[in-house]
Ligand binder design. Structure first.
Ligand code: THU
Length: 134
């Protein structure tokens, strides 16, 4: 039987592989593209803390490596009391490949969902036209 929520299943599965010896805070992210493919990523920490990467960055890297660039929907999952919202850097990374209408579901293991659009998560985003002097 097909899963009722393949994005959630992908995030749950990849989160199990998160490498989080420093924060012990495992995150899973899943992206559905306009083509309908799902890509997932987990956070990968490093002893040099700033070198760690977020789950969202991993999912984006998988999408780009597979030759896709257009995000249709995102889901982020962690074992937190409240749904975890993407960090500022990840909002900008997601925005590179998402329109403002793209739905981002933030959820925890209890299924407490917070659903926002990219436009709501990153209002006033920096865009290429801001570099235009004409
Ligand atoms: N983290 C993510 O992977 N995604 C988020 O949306 C929030 C934070 C990771 C980064 C770090 O490995 C850990 O969570 C604690 O900040």
């Amino acid at each position: 039987m097909p899963s009722p929520n393949p994005l959630l299943d992908a995030a749950l599965a990849v989160r199990k592989n998160a490498y989080v010896p420093y924060s012990n805070f495992a995150v899973g992210a899943a992206i559905r593209t306009v083509a309908g493919t799902i890509y997932s990523g987990c956070n990968v920490e490093n002893v040099a803390y700033p070198q760690g990467t977020c789950a969202e960055a991993g999912a984006i890297a998988a999408m780009i490596a597979a030759g896709e660039t257009q995000i249709a929907e995102v889901l982020v999952l962690a074992d937190s009391s409240r749904p975890v919202t993407p960090c500022g850097g990840c909002r900008q990374k997601l925005k590179e490949f998402s329109g403002p209408e793209v739905k981002v579901t933030m959820t925890n293991l209890e299924g407490n969902d917070l659903v926002m659009t990219m436009g709501e998560l990153l209002p006033g985003a920096f865009d290429a036209d801001q570099m235009d002097r004409t």
